[in-house]
Design a protein around this ligand. Structure first.
Ligand code: AMP
Length: 446
């Protein structure tokens, strides 16, 4: 029988690396809390129409990367519903904003999420078919200030803070403005006209995009097309006065907050719903898939999926890529050692005592764990040497619990780092094990 493996593009995350994932998530939650964001959890799958109407039919995500299936109809008369594993989370958050009438609170909604997304992309380092995003959205009625450039600058400043606090060094922030939907429509026509004489010299994808969605040409990564694309008209020249002023206010606030950025005129991003500010944080250490996160403003998204006017701005960070970057920086995730390995030891020929020693070891472990210590419980069938080997691999100390210790209530503890063995009364054990390793304490017997 062939052995089953994780599906292509999906991965198992194992310890000790999962400790790094947890640290990243804890840091993100702590930073979001300081900026007064609350958590939102939306379903993993949604009606397919949600993504078609928000992300855009012509985008790579919707046209070829979604995991879509037809749900069984409940009744014969019913049409089966088309469902899709979420390829991104902004659409789901905005759907929830509309469904729960969050706009009627009159307040700005500041929501963050952490969770898996699914895209049928070609897997490679940093690109998976199931990946995790940490993202946030700031959305609300215009009366709550949701269109303000200060919101954009605050989100970007928060991201710079988050990356710094995660310990990611050497990131780059690129920003651009894609203007209002009217600006974009105007620019699309300017681009369409500019592409007519050159499209035939470009890759197949660009030839198609030149007709269906000219803006997407700017995303092309084919080397031969780059000189042609660089010579195309820039979106900055198609922005109206309001969009220009909005962008100028964003950059002025970033300058004041000392958040470094560069302007990238080609940054239009792969999703159709963006308006005005778009941005990406990249990292040189990631190779071809160098985007740590991306985001932007989406002033028309709520209306595009049937909701009220609710301008917003948000981002999604690739958690897998944060992990890759930190692993490359730190080279290895340190193994977390337990504070103690409890070794119940007993003569094999005394099965009754063995049961008692083992039971007491479990009780001792329970006591120590309740006091917050990280404890590994050994096994009464192990000999002394095997217990020491197992203890040395997993913990800072070994606590020996044999017949003598059972009677006297005084335990033998060895600190692996210093090699010092100490007799410790049971009542003092937790305090003793909590001390940093290598420091001799108590009445040392060796
Ligand atoms: P997007 O939702 O396409 O704007 O992507 C936002 C971020 O999610 C990117 O900058 C990446 O860090 C991450 N990301 C997107 N697609 C993938 C993928 N297939 N595998 C891993 N990370 C991804």
């Amino acid at each position: 029988m062939t052995t089953l493996k994780a599906v292509r593009g999906t991965r198992d995350l194992l310890p000790p690396e999962t400790a790094l994932w947890n640290r990243i998530e804890a840091t993100a939650r702590a930073v979001f809390a300081r900026y007064n964001f609350g958590e939102i959890r939306t379903p993993i799958f949604e009606d397919t129409g949600l993504f078609a109407r928000s992300v855009g039919e012509e985008t790579d995500i919707v046209s070829k990367e979604m995991y879509t299936w037809e749900d069984r109809a409940r009744a014969q008369s019913e049409k089966p519903q088309s469902l899709t594993l979420r390829p991104e989370n902004t659409a789901g958050v905005v759907r929830a904003y509309i469904e729960h009438k969050l706009g009627e609170t009159g307040q700005l909604q500041k929501l963050y999420y952490i969770g898996p997304q699914f895209r049928r992309e070609r897997p490679q380092k940093g690109r998976y078919r199931q990946f995790s995003q940490i993202g946030a959205e700031v959305i609300g009625p215009p009366s709550a200030g949701s269109e303000s450039p200060l919101r954009d600058a605050e989100v970007l400043e928060m991201l710079a803070t988050l990356l710094d606090e995660l310990g990611i060094t050497g990131w780059t922030l690129e920003i651009n403005s894609v203007g209002s939907s009217a600006d974009r429509a105007r620019y699309n026509e300017v681009l369409r006209a500019a592409l007519i004489p050159v499209a035939a010299q470009m890759c197949g994808d660009c030839q198609r995009r030149a007709v269906t969605n000219p803006l997407r040409v700017l995303d092309c990564k084919v080397a031969e097309d780059q000189a042609i694309i660089d010579a195309l008209p820039k979106i900055a020249d198609s922005l109206d006065g309001e969009s220009k002023d909005h962008f100028a206010a964003v950059t002025a606030a970033l300058d004041k907050a000392e958040v470094p950025y560069t302007r990238n005129y080609r940054l239009v991003r792969g999703l159709d719903y963006y308006t005005r500010t778009t941005f990406e944080f990249t990292h040189g250490g990631l190779g071809a898939q160098n985007a740590l996160l991306g985001g932007g403003r989406y002033d028309g998204l709520s209306e595009a999926i049937g909701g009220p006017k609710a301008p917003g701005i948000g981002f999604a960070m690739g958690e897998d890529r944060l992990v890759l970057t930190l692993l490359a920086q730190e080279s290895a995730v340190p193994q977390v050692l337990a504070d103690a390995y409890i070794a119940p030891l007993c003569d094999e020929k005394k099965p009754d005592v063995l049961v008692l020693v083992s039971a007491t070891a479990l009780f001792l472990a329970r006591e120590l764990r309740r006091q917050g210590l990280r404890v590994e419980l050994g096994d009464g069938s192990f000999r002394l040497k095997k217990s020491f080997e197992a203890g040395n691999r997993t913990a800072r100390h070994i606590v020996i619990l044999g017949e003598d210790e059972l009677e006297s209530g005084i335990l033998t503890v060895k600190d692996f780092a210093s090699g010092i063995q100490t007799k410790v009364p049971r009542a003092e054990l937790a305090a003793f094990l909590s001390q940093p390793s290598g420091e001799p304490a108590g009445d040392s017997t060796s």
